[in-house]
Ligand binder design. Structure first.
Ligand code: FES
Length: 94
């Protein structure tokens, strides 16, 4: 039986601190934080550039609703979204 490589993927949620979807999901299950900002206690997720904060909030919301947080995340899509975000951020006048 051949395993689908995509099913083994554990996409990065926070690139600044290399926090994966599995790590965030495990933290949500074990700690059941009341607010998304408590995910910063999961290896400092979300405390760097800030790109992943919306993603963390979405994962927290999904968890609170009883869903599987981040189940549709893809590494390639996350990397591309972050590159675009960084590029737009750099091009904004300060
Ligand atoms: S990607 Fe998470 S803080 Fe930068």
């Amino acid at each position: 039986m051949t395993e689908d490589p995509a099913s083994c993927e554990d996409p990065t949620v926070c690139f600044c601190y290399r926090v994966s979807r599995a790590k965030v999901a495990a933290f949500l299950r074990k700690q059941n934080p009341t607010v998304a900002s408590q995910l910063s206690e999961c290896d400092s997720a979300g405390t760097g550039c800030g790109w992943c904060r919306r993603l963390l909030e979405d994962m927290h919301t999904t968890h609170q609703a009883g869903g599987d947080p981040g189940k549709d995340l893809k590494q390639d899509a996350n990397e591309a979204a972050r590159r675009t975000w960084q590029s737009e951020r750099r091009s904004k006048p300060s």
